[in-house]
Design a protein around this ligand. Sequence first.
Ligand code: NI
Length: 183
Amino acid sequence: MARLDIVRLGHPALRTPAEPVAETDLGSAGLAALIEDMIETMRSAEGVGLAAPQVARPLQVFVYEIPGEETRPPARVVVNPMVEPEAGELVWDWEGCLSIPGLRGLVPRHPEVRVRGLDRHGEPLDFLARGYEARIIQHEFDHLNGIVYLDRMRDLQSLAFEQEWSRYLQDAQDAAAGRAQPA
Ligand code: NI
């Protein structure tokens, strides 16, 4: 496994829509290696999610894991996803991004999404995600479409540097749950 370089805002890979993984590459050693490297990269950067465009690979692949779970399950992997909102009012919460280091902002997201796609072996996935998991998935899915969380903010007044954010703005409950980690 290798740690990959995470590209930052301004790198064209972050603004280029990703291509689906080709059928012939599903289940391949190359894809498996990319996924393992992305998981290692996400963990070493202390992020909760990472999309392939963030490591300058224009493929529809993202990985994520939910913070605060006591026994850490394997990181989740979604290939060639479709993400659709379920009914429910938008929820505002803090987000950060490994490609926009040092900042946090309030972003509205759907409370629940339906995710369809493939797992790391190319087997079909179809599940509902809620709450923080739904937020991470929407953030990562946006990366596959060249969108970053700043584009989703309705009001830049909440944008804050991490240090000031944790001093003045962070909710104690969110801190305990390990939320608002970058993705
Ligand atoms: Ni991000």
